[in-house]
Write a protein that binds this ligand. Structure first.
Ligand SMILES: *Cc1c(COP(=O)(O)O)cnc(C)c1O
Length: 399
């Protein structure tokens, strides 16, 4: 009898009891809107922003309706709109080019390397070729590029960086929190990310003008003084008449659920990476399978794991997916022709009129992906690795 895994790849942990209690208190109060507070009360949304800013080591934070909304708001705060070109990773998820398209701008994709980070040589070439002023850098699946080199390239060319930290909340590069290199950073609190409010997003920045614009954009009416992790009032009075209201606030209920989770984030990140290392160890030296090198400078959050089946035919990759699937291990494949589930690739975003990217095509053709929810035990992770190893071994044919 071969071993079978019976856990669910989409099952997250329950909301901590402190979050459930806080959510009940908000519901009992009836004050769910973030600006609906009693005299002298600081609402849950404002408290979450304060705590998130502190956790990320930055002055300003704003809680919003989704990660995608956060990305679009960062672009609007930078004045990006119709006709502008925005550089971004070819290897990312649909909400990233979607946020760019939502403000009327054109995504321009940059190639990916074998280690799944943005190709810095192609980035420099495409900055020169397009004259684009903004890079929306997606730390896709938690892989962080050489941030020192990236910032040198962008600073030298006057390119402003927005960081998509949907998969790097809690991660660092050379000890600096992910999100602290660019002008603005965006996070998601959707169920499958590092904090779970069902939906939701956060924006951080050290730039008072950008953050004042983001707060006004999010729909703060004349109530921006109820924010705590925010720039002083003079920034708002000056900007208020110029900035449209594009409502996308977070409510007190979601913020209440998130605050206890944020307090536990460092421990949760460590638990994810522990699981990642168990799967990685179990897959090491599997013939035909290449693990992704993780640079020493990067302290990542292993909430998912990727590996390559380099040079494999689509037919054999499909056999691996079917065989592991039959044993309860759900592998996603970035090389599939048709988008499925959350997984799609740059050439399926046809509205962006993507250029042909041969290096990215080669990397995605063999790229496998798997979530590691914290409901998996370390034993589960070892079992999952044994199943993948056995089924890759059963299908692999050396060239
Ligand atoms: C989830 C995600 C987003 C956007 O988050 P939503 O909250 O779902 O809008 C952005 N970028 C990446 C890479 C993501 O995975």
């Amino acid at each position: 009898m071969s071993e079978r895994f019976t856990g669910s790849f989409t099952q997250q942990e329950p909301i901590p009891q402190a979050g459930i209690d806080a959510a009940l208190r908000v519901m009992q109060s009836g004050r769910l809107h973030r600006y609906n507070v009693a005299p002298d009360e600081v609402g849950e949304a404002a408290l979450l922003e304060q705590e998130f800013a502190q956790a990320m080591g930055v002055d300003y934070a704003l809680a919003v309706a989704s990660g995608g909304y956060a990305l679009a708001t960062a672009l609007r705060a930078l004045g990006i709109g119709a006709g502008d070109t925005v550089l971004t990773n070819a290897f990312t998820l649909a909400p990233v080019p979607g946020a760019i398209a939502s403000v009327g701008a054109q995504p321009h994709f940059i190639e990916v390397t074998d280690d799944l980070t943005i190709d810095l040589r192609d980035l420099a070439e495409q900055i020169a070729a397009t004259g684009a002023g903004v890079l929306m850098l997606s730390h896709m699946r938690g892989h962080i590029c050489d941030m020192d080199r990236l910032m040198r390239i962008c600073d030298a060319a006057g390119v402003v960086v927005i960081e998509d930290c949907a998969h790097t909340m809690g991660a660092t590069w050379r000890g600096v929190m992910s999100g602290r290199h660019g002008a603005m950073a965006c996070y998601s609190t959707q169920t499958y990310k590092h904090l779970n409010a069902g939906e939701g997003g956060l924006i951080t920045s050290a730039d008072p003008t950008l953050m004042a614009r983001a707060i006004l954009l999010s729909g703060s009416y004349m109530l921006f003084d109820r924010h705590k992790a925010s720039p002083p009032p003079e920034y708002f009075t000056k900007l208020q008449p110029e900035v449209p209201n594009v409502s996308g606030r977070m409510d007190n209920l979601r913020a209440a659920i998130l605050r206890p989770q944020l307090a536990a984030l460092p421990a949760q990140c460590a638990a994810w990476t522990e699981r990642y290392r168990v799967v990685e160890d179990g897959l090491r030296d599997t013939p035909g399978l290449r693990l992704i090198d993780r640079p020493e400078e990067e302290s990542f959050v292993g909430s998912s794991i990727q590996f390559q089946l380099p040079g494999w035919t689509p037919d054999r990759i499909m056999q691996v997916i079917e065989r592991t699937g039959a044993r309860g291990v759900e592998l996603k494949w970035f090389g599939a022709k048709e988008p499925s589930g959350f997984t799609s690739r740059y050439d399926s975003w046809r509205y962006a009129r993507p250029r042909h990217l041969p290096r990215t095509d080669r990397v995605l053709a063999g790229l496998m992906d798997m979530r590691l929810p914290l409901t998996f035990s370390l034993d589960d992770c070892a079992l999952i690795a044994r199943i993948i190893r056995a089924e890759v071994g059963a299908v692999y044919q050396p060239a």
